[in-house]
Design a protein around this ligand. Sequence first.
Ligand code: MCA
Length: 504
Amino acid sequence: MTMLFLDRLRRHSLSQPDKVAIELLTPAGPQSLRYGELERQVGRCMAWLLALGLRPGACVATQLPRGLAFVQLHLAICRLGAVHLPLNPAFPAAELRYFLADSGATLFFHAADHPGAASIAEATPDLTCIALRDDDSYTRQIDRFEPVAPPPPRDPQQLAMMLYTSGTTSRPKGARITHGNLTANIEALHEAWGWRQDDVLLHVLPLFHVHGLTVALHGALRAGATAVLTPRFDAVSVLDLLESRRFSVFMGVPTLYRRLYRAAAGRSHDLRHLRLMTSGSDRLPDDLFEGMRQRFGVTLLERYGMTETGMNLSNPLRGERRRGSVGLPLPGVEARVLDRRTGTPLPDGAVGELQIRGPHVCAGYHNQPGQTAAAFTADGWLRTGDLAERAPDGYFTLQGRAKDLIISGGMNVYPPEVERALLEHPDVRAVAVIGCADEEWGERVVALVVPEAGSAPGQADLEAWCRARLAPYKVPRVWRRVGSLPQNALGKVRKAVLREAFCG
Ligand code: MCA
């Protein structure tokens, strides 16, 4: 059996205790944690969690900014055999309440200035809520404890994380991610992307998604490499850092690359010392792929993943990084393209639904047997809802989505979720939410609102309504009032017609 991810990390703490594992850049200067210190701090954190009554299998939610406390809590929760649910700090209380209730979390770590925390603590007396002011206050908490060092879970079926993904028909569902899933994915990436112990990753991505957490951070820790975390993404300072320090790896979404590209206008930059710059979470536009090559001398490596699976397909590290393609199946991953009507496999060059199978695919959705059954075939293939075609030489190209989904700045926005929120507004009779192409964000969220007779809800009012219920990136940026919405014979809104009419 392959050594599980956390075991591998523990080995690094013994073999290279003085090597920097994580460096956090802060306005007050860098803070670093060496592999040996990381193991000790995680040991103290585990002692604290045990003192708080945490048991294996229990779910711990965190809604924390990127920082050393987040990383240590993540590793400690997983190491104790509990389940980590990392949440976006931008979720308002309304969304947060749903995630906490649905996951059955027993412990919740949140930022001390969280506006909704008091009401949540009051409404859910069984939930232990712990406020952390910053990394320093976290360190003071755990410093009261001697480190413990229980062996990491050895059962690959043991749950490690729960990550929520929205749906077109349902409320968000928690993908159940096991230690075996995490290990399978990180081993596949280690091999395919040639992770090295002397790699230095510049990490700018959110830590509460697969991309930033289980691909970027775990990738660096699995390799025994160094991850340097910026407090937030700022194109000019990231560009300066990439040039001035010897980073070898960077991971981003197309919106980030667009900003880097623009920030470099009029200046010459050479980023050829980076051996790997990957792009994912959304389709990389052709002009950006070419622009990054011309302006920085870098050929971006595009890959394809999902919350339910981690990474599935990737262009090769060596060999052709094909423009517009998401590459080939990673080691251990099976991928196929099926006819959506008949369910039969399609020949190369034909567009159908992409399905994925392998040891990295999650163990279904938490408490949602119906959704799990709908998402998987009887023989274990995950229906991705993405359309793709396979070229005769094995490269896959995404060709759109069968699901109603908008991707804005690499974040998934499910129109039905936004529509449901707006339909609760007393002045809204009907609404359709669509994505319109946008150079910076990939797509931008547009709402077409049919008001109730005699009412005329204002944009500011509708926006405030959404902001109280949804994370800011889901809130429509463009609003249009319409008299009616075009429907098909089954009464379903014809979004293609709306996109044609309103995405000018
Ligand atoms: C921020 N804003 C956004 C988005 N992000 N609006 C639409 N879409 C977004 N993605 C809005 C904020 O609400 C705010 O508006 C304004 O932009 C500025 O906010 P700020 O936080 O300063 O934004 P930013 O720092 O400029 O963030 C943009 C970003 C960020 C850096 C592109 O969105 C980002 O890090 N995206 C990467 C997401 C990612 O890692 N995705 C992976 C998940 P206002 O003030 O009006 O509220 S997908 C995944 O994991 C799969 C498996 C995969 O394959 O990778």
